[in-house]
Design a binder for this molecule. Structure first.
Ligand SMILES: O=C(O)CCC(=O)C(=O)O
Length: 265
């Protein structure tokens, strides 16, 4: 059994304090070399196998059908980090593979995740954003505004573009006036990762490079919040899949009968 997470990955008091202050944190070490190779094999297959209706940047809820995604998202070291943020009771509820092909990937407009989710609220863990390629501004990596999460809910407009996933744009006029100076791009090597607060304003540009830009994001929330339903679509068949909140650590404190696993073991 290979270790998916790099031995040097660490999320202690100092990292946590920086995450709380800045609203994001970048890890130099996240996936092990073997872990990265295994994930890339899975992603290549998924991009290849996806239903023609599913865009490569909208491959959602993959943990419901891909065991390797589930295994990665529930790695004890990741859950230890989330526990430090939200306490001992944790559900894992969302995975999203955002793969932008060379030259054709779509941009993601400025938004705050916690505002997009109208029926999921409560004690959120960080969103965990994992790079499977070297990513930078040219390839459409993500950008954040240090400290921007502390500004609360920012004004927004419904966007006019046909974005499958992100339905709201923050009003650009209300953004930080010196945005270009303050925004920080995730310049990551494949296998590195970053976390962001659910209220962090963030965006990503189109992929103007010759390389794929593939990243996956995982989301966690404590089980005592509002755990609203939704419908996702199986990336292979486009069949509907109900959203589920999997209790991955601790107790089902509100007695909701939360499932612990998406697969029969
Ligand atoms: O990876 C991207 O391009 C955007 C990701 C994003 O919006 C998110 O993780 O919430």
């Amino acid at each position: 059994m290979i270790s998916l997470i790099d031995d040097r990955f660490a999320y202690g008091k100092a990292e946590h304090e920086r995450y709380v202050r800045d609203g994001f944190h970048v890890f130099d070490h996240f996936l092990s070399d073997d872990g990265l190779a295994e994930c890339r094999t899975g992603i290549d297959r998924m991009v290849e196998q996806r239903h023609p209706e599913i865009a490569p940047d909208a491959i959602i809820a993959t943990h419901l059908v891909e065991r390797w995604v589930w295994q990665l998202a529930t790695q004890p070291k990741i859950l230890d980090m989330i526990e430090r943020q939200i306490g001992p009771n944790i559900t894992f509820w969302s995975s999203h593979l955002i793969a932008k092909p060379p030259h054709t990937g779509r941009p993601v407009p400025w938004h705050q995740d916690g505002v997009e989710w109208t029926n999921v609220n409560g004690n959120f863990g960080a969103s965990v954003w994992i790079a499977f390629d070297d990513v930078d501004e040219a390839s459409g990596t993500m950008a954040v505004i240090p400290g921007g999460h502390a500004r609360g809910e920012l004004p927004r407009i419904r966007n006019q573009e046909d974005h499958d996933v992100f339905k709201w744009d923050m009003d650009p006029g209300e953004l930080f006036p010196n945005l270009d100076e303050v925004k920080v791009y995730y310049n990551l090597k494949a296998g590195q990762a970053a976390i962001h607060d659910v209220m962090m304003p963030h965006e990503s540009g189109p992929n103007a490079s010759d390389q794929w830009r593939r990243a996956m994001v995982f989301r966690y929330i404590a089980p005592d919040g509002e755990l609203g339903g939704s419908t996702y679509y199986d990336y292979r068949t486009n069949e509907p899949l109900p959203r589920a909140f999997f209790l991955v650590r601790g107790g089902d404190v509100n007695g909701l009968g939360l499932p612990r696993h998406p697969f029969d073991e």
